[in-house]
Design a protein around this ligand. Structure first.
Ligand SMILES: [Zn+2]
Length: 116
């Protein structure tokens, strides 16, 4: 583990991986633990639900612990899902990930997608 690598540099949890429950620095971002990236609409909505956009920091911690212990997603309040749907619907349609995409680049800046 190189602590200066961009994927390892932040310990601040701004989002939780929809796949493995580890902390990430933003919702729509490659997970440095399981290397999953939310690409489908459903995965993106879940990812935004599991982010600071929709949950308080203490709830992110709880969601992360829950997912790593139970190996499944927590339930979300309807208000959270509605808000996440709205955020995802505002994301650019062409934000697609191809197999050949170079994830080592700086493309995935923190908050790239979630900024208004
Ligand atoms: Zn992950």
């Amino acid at each position: 583990m190189n602590p200066n690598h961009p994927l390892n540099r932040l310990n601040i949890m701004n989002a939780v991986c929809f796949n493995c429950g580890c902390g990430k620095s933003s919702a729509i971002k490659l997970c440095s633990n399981c290397h999953e990236m939310p690409t489908s609409h459903e995965d993106r909505v879940v990812s935004v639900c599991l982010s600071i956009e929709c949950l308080r920091p203490e709830n992110l911690e709880i969601a992360s612990r829950y997912m790593r212990k139970k190996n499944r997603l927590p339930g979300f309040h309807e208000k959270v899902t509605v808000k996440a749907e709205k955020i995802v619907s505002q994301m650019p349609d062409n934000f697609q990930i191809s197999q050949s995409f170079d994830f080592s680049g700086t493309f995935f800046e923190d908050n790239f997608v979630l900024d208004d």
